[in-house]
Design a protein around this ligand. Sequence first.
Ligand code: PEP
Ligand code: MG
Length: 571
Amino acid sequence: MSNKFIGIGASAGYAIGKVFRLEDPDLTVEKQNISDVDDEIKLFNQSLEQSKKELEIIKEKTKDQLGDEHAEIFSAHILVLSDPELVDTIRKKVSDEKINVAYALKEVSDQFVIMFESMENEYMKERAADIRDVSKRVLSHILGKPIVSIAEINEEVIIIAEDLTPSDTAQLDKKFVQGFVTDIGGRTSHSAIMSRSMEIPAVVGTKKITDHAKNGEIIVVDGNDGTVILNPTEEELTEYKQKQNQFNEQKKEWAKLVNDKTKTNDGIQVELAANIGTPNDLDGVKNNGAEAIGLYRTEFLYMGRDELPTEEEQFEAYKKVVEEMEGKPVVIRTLDIGGDKELPYLDLPKEMNPFLGFRAIRLCLEKDDMFRTQLRALLRASAYGNLKIMFPMIATLEEFREAKKFLEEERQSLLNSGVEVRNDIEIGIMVEIPSTAVMAGQFAKEVDFFSIGTNDLIQYTMAADRMNERVSYLYQPYNPAILNLVKMVIDASHKEGKWTGMCGEMAGDTVAIPLLLGLGLDEFSMSATSILPARSQIASIKKGDAEKLVTKALQLNTSDEVKELVEEQFL
Ligand code: PEP
Ligand code: MG
């Protein structure tokens, strides 16, 4: 009999395939006395070789998917495996003490990790993480419990994991990974967002899929409504194959709209923009007919590596994006690290509430060297296209003013050195914190535009962690509380002759779109794959009808009531 699970549909589409469990094996070791030192050393040498081979594969894959800089971390790992200081000390310990190599490896690598961690020099400190990672890999071979890496997958599978980190997700190869299902996470966790831009069907937050799914079992993933079926019956398989075909046909219809403008049924134009994480997402942006980039999440440039990206590297990435967009607007957001996006090499202390902590603009204003490097790269890239700059997580006007002051100082210093910088760059902010939405009237006098980040705005307004599936029922984009905040922001911007976009996931949500049209949103920025369905939907709506709809919706009491109202009239 089949086994059904309900999670949160994170990325549309259907996948039917074999389960591939992604999990860390148990690598605990005990000290043992051994009689044959040669056998033990041989096992060690073989494990080193296997680890090197794996790391070469991962390095190549990472290079293909994410570029050279990200692959460098694996070159460093391969070097560690050849370091005589480490490997000879392990061999010596085995032969001197006649103990198992697994234990010797653990002891020696732990000592090295402690030694590197205690060093003042940042570069040396980072080596500790490399040694920890690499020894784990070698140990897994010694114990015969290999660590599976996403980059090594070379057959068609559906990944089952407790969670996927954003850097795991960045390594997914669409050729092989047909879908994924996780225990934890919500629609706006970053792995979910990335699965949408990669067009990989995904369901997150099933709470318990890892308790049931075994490698090789057949599984069905319905990323549209969040259903997952383990060991489907023949009837279920037929039903989902049919749904998969229908979905593919529907996609072909949408594809015909790729070069169209986005207009309501009565001819009012709005802008449909794409959210991207790296320049690699540009193909999706073009294939899906985006009219702009409404959010470039630059933090992915900083992730999956072991040091900060240089000004030059950043300049090249930003320049590539603005150039390829050929004059269309590109809103680049400054570094938004923190929450579920970590940068281990910054060595920040662990926090009780990372989503409420030292993140995004708060961190950038304090670590201003890092911030200024990014600002210079952005300013230089502005000469190559229609670049706009946006600051994340702004809570107060002072924060905005200070960020803008850094920007102006860097602009002046570049101009003084004769570097070309556009003089009409629009500077905007993300509205993600309720205080900023409430103060939109004051902000609108100083910023050039707003982009509403509903993923965070909803989590902060409802006080519900966006990563926690237990409270995911409080992710309520249609709740009149949220609609009112969105209205305040849009109205305030229009009063000052400014524009408002939305780059949270709500902007591409079928139920939200008629409401947002009615509220007068100017720019909708979403995962590239949602653009064509949104364009098709908007073409069927009259602006006047959407305005009447939202007036009624704002009078209602609950999110469900609003949803029902929209569904009755528009879906
Ligand atoms: C948001 O908070 O809505 C947003 C777009 O930013 P991120 O998802 O990267 O936090
Ligand atoms: Mg955010």
